[in-house]
Design a protein around this ligand. Structure first.
Ligand SMILES: N[C@@H](CCC(=O)N[C@@H](CS)C(=O)NCC(=O)O)C(=O)O
Length: 205
């Protein structure tokens, strides 16, 4: 399997999941500006949408969209319990979290990355994000992870997007549940390995 990624982008979520599962994979760095892969290939020929994460299976099939990719990966190794069984109520609750993170957090960060947006737009986005963080923080004070006591693919995704707060001077310590969550997830060996790998990949740019 190949995971097309960009250091620190939302592709960190499936990267963490691959390492948590101990699955063999090749990480292929993508330059999101030029849409070139590290070996100079045309990334848009692989994913015409031009964004990461993108997963390429050994048979050549391509899967895009982070929430779909992490569920596909978790289902390759159900015994690792990174996602509940398909069709179960708990699986729908996991999907509820993945959709929430995608639409209410991930895509609310996106305007902050666009230098062309005025401060008024960015401030409004920060207010929305703060509201979401305030909503989920109490839950994460009561339990270690989003779905309970066990780490799931939703936690990999939430951890990934929370990591962008540092670029925009959003101090996560305002929300003790969130701050504790980030500390817990950072301490997981697979997560630390993924983060370190991407830091090195960024330096090698
Ligand atoms: N809907 C996609 C969005 C992925 C996405 O936003 N990827 C960003 C990095 S976090 C990207 O590659 N942006 C470059 C671009 O859109 O040109 C998903 O959820 O996987």
């Amino acid at each position: 399997m190949k995971l097309y990624f960009s250091p620190g982008a939302c592709s960190l979520s499936p990267h963490i999941v691959l390492r948590e599962l101990g699955l063999p994979f090749e990480a292929v760095k993508v330059d999101l500006g030029s849409k070139k892969t590290a070996d100079g290939g045309d990334f848009k020929a692989i994913n015409p949408k031009g964004y990461v994460p993108t997963l390429q299976l050994d048979n050549g099939q391509i899967l895009t969209e982070g929430p779909a990719i992490v569920q596909y990966l978790a289902d390759l190794k159900p015994e690792a319990k990174l996602a509940p069984a398909n069709g179960s109520w708990e699986r729908y609750q996991l999907q509820e979290w993945l959709n929430f993170i995608s639409t209410e957090i991930h895509k609310q960060f996106s305007p902050l990355f666009n230098a062309a947006n005025p401060d008024s737009v960015k401030d409004a986005q920060k207010t929305k994000l703060a509201q979401r963080f305030a909503e989920i923080s109490p839950l994460l004070e009561k339990q270690d992870y989003l779905t309970g006591s066990d780490f799931s693919v939703a936690d990999a995704y939430l951890f990934t997007v929370l990591g962008w707060s540092k670029y925009f001077h959003i101090d996560l310590n305002q929300w003790p549940g969130i701050a504790g969550f980030v500390e817990r997830v950072s301490a997981r060996p697979a997560v630390a390995a993924a983060v370190e790998f991407e830091a090195q990949a960024k330096k090698a740019a």
